[in-house]
Design a protein around this ligand. Sequence first.
Ligand code: PLP
Length: 488
Amino acid sequence: MTADSTVSSSTAAPGAEYAETASAAYRAALEVIESVEPRVAAATRKELADQRDSLKLIASENYASPAVLLTMGTWFSDKYAEGTVGHRFYAACQNVDTVEALAAEHARELFGAPYAYAQPHSGIDANLVAYWAILATRVEAPGLAELGAKHVNDLSEADWEKLRAKLGNQRLLGMSLDTGGHLTHGFRPNISGKMFHQRQYGTDPATGFIDYDAVAAAAREFKPLVLVAGYSAYPRRVNFAKMREIADEVGATLMVDMAHFAGLVAGKVFTGDEDPVPHAHVTTTTTHKSLRGPRGGLVLATEEYAPAVDKGCPMVLGGPLSHVMAAKAVALAEARRPEFRSYAQAVADNAQALADGFLKRDGALVTGGTDNHLVLLDVTSFGLTGRQAESALLDAGIVTNRNAVPADPNGAWYTSGIRLGTPALTTRGFGADDFDRVAELVVDVLKNTQPQGTSKAKYTLADGTAERVHSAAAELLAANPLYPGLTL
Ligand code: PLP
């Protein structure tokens, strides 16, 4: 914690207050694991050491609190609980009911949503639940009514085939992968691009920002059943009120995937038109990125879509991971504390500091900056591909991921950019000055990296660079320890 000690102390990650107890719990757990498979115990210890020793700038990662992590290691893992709260296909689910209901209650309260579904195992699963809930509500239910049936099992083979054909013949409009959308938003290699006829909207080539008039024009022309908003690598805020207007005009359901920025919504950094929940019919998220919970997903919905979302299992999900739902309840309880708002604000402020740090050192940023939790640095100005930049940075202990930039000439594998996010290091206590230093170190590495010939993957790093940056990074990391007080 350097210059920003006021901000840092108010954003301190949960856990320091019970570090001694958590240390004892982990020591005991590792001893037990060691007695059965010592290599797993060793890898677990090493993973903590590696995470402690690297500058983690992966925009989709974070560090969950020991309370969240410990909650996942219990006997809830052993319980089958298909169905939903109070309505299970298995007996003896009363305690699963308790934790699932708690997770849903915290999610509803935190996000101001009429309904929350805590079962999705991941973000992709949350999106699948949402898509099928939309299809069930908008296509299957009216289709059944038209055929005079109440349930799909009541249909003749011929009528069922007609309904299946309708379900498989719907349209989805989502953000393209190269402008920051996610592969589950209608990208052909993903099931979303096979289930739906899909079209994609991009960003304004001149500014890199979403052009709402162009989205509206595409929606008018294509008339999608589902309009998807949300992103994995777009460094700007989205006006969800505008997206809803567009959806309403063409009769589409607005689905927002807030997987990346849910923490900024929970922490009230994104409010009004930038808060997706009041505008979307269905909102999906992961719980492990900026929200800082366990790996998993959530779906929030209006009353209209709630009954279909509630059937996510067994519609598209296997039995719920009850131990993870319990951890979601703990993480969401943490996110409802006032400190989480300070954390979320610091995530956004730090992204700004990181962007400014690049801009003042001649780094080229997609859209010219950021107003969320991530920046997209175009590394072609350093003569590198994203792949070379990512590898060279890793050699120096800086963990980022390569990412396409709009209309990327190097394609989705080599790419021309790297994506850097602030949620994880902000959890460690990094402040604005620390992120300026991070920008300096990243630029130091990239300036000292040379491509080898015409290879898009090979590079050489100037002698001494990795060592110099490693030791500067080590200073920053030592000043902002991960899980302070936790000793194994
Ligand atoms: N949606 C978005 C916008 C994402 O960025 C991601 C993950 O990268 C996902 C969904 C998928 O999440 P998961 O990896 O938990 O399935």
